[in-house]
Write a new protein. Structure first.
Length: 150
């Protein structure tokens, strides 16, 4: 399947409705829209949120929290119809480039043990398993902590 013509840009408050809809479609425990909206009230230098568009339609999003020289990938979501087409790869690569420009040297994330698609993407991008957080998610599933030196 060929890669779509994707535009990646900074997420704006007007995008939250579309982002929350994608999150609801693809996440086991979706973030509510007010949580996404709350990200805009935090200091701009501590957050980076991107959306991916195909034409005018938002098909994915990714966000990170930055603290000094470390970042945490907070959330990545791709509309089910657009999964496995390179959207997440492009979004996360752009997000990594953005946080590196903010002097970040290490990036961490938590991912469900059962989310083999996401874990495969992160390994492809150079992330390595660091630890396991037992019963990290509200449904009791463990999280794998992954890290990347950039």
């Amino acid at each position: 399947m060929s890669l779509p013509d994707i535009t990646i840009r900074e997420m704006a408050p007007i995008d939250v409705v579309a982002v929350a809809a994608i999150e609801k479609e693809c996440a086991v425990s979706p973030w509510p829209s007010d949580l996404f909206m709350g990200e805009f009230s935090l200091p701009a230098e501590s957050r980076r949120w991107l959306v991916a568009q195909v034409q005018e339609v938002i098909v994915g999003f990714a966000g990170a929290m930055v603290a000094v020289d470390e970042a945490t990938l907070l959330n990545v979501g791709i509309a089910p119809r657009w999964q496995r087409r390179g959207v997440a790869h492009q979004l996360v690569l752009q997000l990594l480039d953005d946080v590196v420009s903010l002097s970040v040297r290490k990036v961490f994330l938590e991912v469900r043990v059962s989310n083999s698609k996401a874990r495969g993407l992160y390994v492809k991008l150079g992330f390595e398993d660091v630890a396991v957080r037992k019963k990290y998610y509200s449904d009791g599933e463990d999280a794998v902590v992954m890290g990347l030196s950039v």
